[in-house]
Write a protein that binds this ligand. Structure first.
Ligand code: NAG
Ligand code: NAG
Ligand code: NAG
Ligand code: NAG
Ligand code: NAG
Ligand code: NAG
Length: 463
């Protein structure tokens, strides 16, 4: 699976706009006629399964023509591709999981709320949840159901969302150690269903997109050997036409786009985000740098980087905190303890792990901790919609060869030499990124009428 580890280093990230915008000019007239029709008849939009948009809300939206060119249609997939997977949530828990996945489905996929039982620290409001990264598929779907420019008329739509929980489905089939054909079956069936829909015929799926909370390599299994990892979803002919929004893209494929991993913070308002930003500006950062993670077998490039990083952190024991998740798993699994360490650190080391990207990158941005990268593929070549390309303004990059030839305290040396004014400026830029990388709670209110784009809004806009 990992034979093309380093390829991500050499590929420029390319962003390809789908061609669907071509449709928009010829639809303008139809759109305004439809709006008139709708407002006279007070038709209420109903999205796929549960959400009903209230009439007043809807009328408000009608007055707002900003939806032109932004309409999205949600495919009404058979429930076996999404809802049923959640209903049978034990099937997506794996023997290694400490907590059943059923817990993480709570609160529209945000997970259990960090209520008073978990923390007496008032800093963590009721908008903090023990969110599991794989739930991004559910979080995105739930947010999409409340998206302000949904349409039931796919002719109006400039994008078509396919709410198939491909990553959770993969988890389900891995648990039973299914043979490859069983594992691949749902993806094939899903496309069989979709290809029969009139929406596919228009642009052969070029206006369709699917969101997954797993890295895209998990869906690129070339071998038919039952023991090899993943499904072949992305190798199917239909997958060449639709787009994938994933937490880690493969730079070789033009139709994959990276979006942030979910964090633990799901605020309901812009005010709440501001308050959080103000708080983390003031925290006392007593630790120069820290690393939260576990060892990886150092057989490949990614493992080697991680081993070096851990050695160096241990050798800089006065300035570096190493939270070893092999030994102290209970702390690594506790969002509040984890956030506290990140909030007390100036820099957070982000070496690759099983893959080049890590959820921790986003947790550390949320904590105002400046990320330190060892691979261009860990963020710079991934999240081009959400993170600016002036990398050195918000992060530190230490190429692996510096570590390999460097002395045993190389990381400490580099980080401690950065002047304080520079550090303060970088941290301000990190904290500025917070709104762009959080997934806000779906029905957020905007008390001051301002629009603050979150990770979801940016993904929908940029795609
Ligand atoms: C995989 O398993 C299914 C059901 O157990 C069986 O019908 C199918 O023949 C198997 N496929 C292969 C390639 O062995
Ligand atoms: C995969 O496993 C099935 C049994 O589940 C077996 O029949 C089949 O021969 C295996 N295929 C390969 C390629 O190993
Ligand atoms: C993908 O799009 C091309 C046109 O660009 C079309 O010829 C092809 O049939 C489409 N593939 C599928 C599986 O629909
Ligand atoms: C940071 O530390 C200083 C001095 O130890 C203390 O006065 C201040 O209250 C602390 N600030 C916070 C936000 O904890
Ligand atoms: C970095 O880029 C962002 C987005 O393009 C911009 O808002 C910001 O001002 C830039 N920072 C600096 C210091 O140039
Ligand atoms: C860290 O220190 C130990 C003992 O002082 C040494 O064996 C090891 O090589 C050092 N690690 C690095 C990365 O230099």
């Amino acid at each position: 699976m990992d034979n093309n580890n380093n390829s991500i280093e050499n590929q420029p990230a390319r962003k390809k706009k789908p061609t669907n915008l071509l449709l928009i000019p010829c639809l303008l007239i139809t759109t305004s006629m439809l709006l008139l029709y709708l407002s006279q008849n007070k038709i209420i939009l109903i999205s796929t399964t549960t959400t009903t948009i209230s009439e007043s809300d809807y009328n408000h939206r009608l007055g707002d023509h900003s939806c032109l060119g932004r309409y999205i249609y949600i495919h009404d997939l058979p429930s076996r591709f999404n809802k049923d997977i959640l209903q049978d949530c034990e099937s997506i828990s794996r023997p290694k999981d400490k907590t059943s996945m059923c817990k993480y489905i709570e609160n529209s996929g945000l997970g259990p709320q960090m209520s008073d039982g978990d923390t007496t620290d008032s800093k963590y409001s009721r908008s903090w949840y023990a969110t599991n990264q794989f739930m991004l598929e559910v979080i995105f779907h739930e947010k999409m159901k409340r998206y302000e420019c949904l349409t039931r008329n796919s002719l109006l739509a400039s994008a078509i969302y396919v709410p198939y929980y491909a990553g959770l489905d993969l988890r389900r089939s891995m648990q039973w150690s299914c043979n490859v054909s069983e594992r691949d079956a749902a993806g094939k069936e899903m496309f069989k269903w979709i290809k029969k829909q009139p929406q596919w015929k228009g642009l052969s799926g070029k206006d369709h997109f699917l969101v997954t909370g797993r890295i895209s390599k998990d869906f690129v299994r070339h071998s038919e050997d039952n023991s090899s990892w993943g499904t072949n979803l992305l190798l199917l002919p239909e997958s060449q036409n639709l787009s994938f929004l994933t937490i880690e893209r493969s730079p070789k494929r033009h139709n994959e786009f990276a979006i942030p991993y979910p964090t633990y913070f799901h605020p309901t308002s812009a005010v709440e985000i501001r308050q959080w930003q103000d708080k983390i500006k003031l925290t006392n950062r007593t630790v120069l740098f820290s690393f939260v993670g576990a060892q990886r077998p150092s057989i490949n490039y990614k493992g080697l980087v991680r081993t070096k990083v851990i050695q160096q952190c241990k050798n800089s024991s006065k300035t570096c905190r190493f939270l070893d998740c092999d030994v102290r798993a209970n702390i690594c699994d506790d969002p509040i303890s984890l956030m506290k360490l990140l909030e007390s650190s100036v820099f957070c080391l982000q070496p690759p792990g099983d893959s080049l990207t890590r959820r921790s990158v986003f947790d550390s941005i949320l904590a105002g901790c400046i990320p330190v990268f060892f691979s261009q593929g860990s963020a710079y070549k991934q999240y081009i919609w959400h993170i600016p390309n002036n990398n050195s303004e918000y992060s530190v990059y230490i190429p692996f060869k510096e570590l390999r030839k460097g002395e045993k305290n190389k990381i400490e040396e580099i980080l401690s030499r950065i002047p304080n004014e520079k550090v303060v400026g970088m941290r301000e830029n990190v904290i500025r990124l917070v709104p762009k990388i959080v997934y806000t709670k779906s029905n957020r209110h905007k008390p001051d009428g301002e629009t603050l784009e979150d990770a979801f809004d940016i993904a929908v806009k940029e795609w």
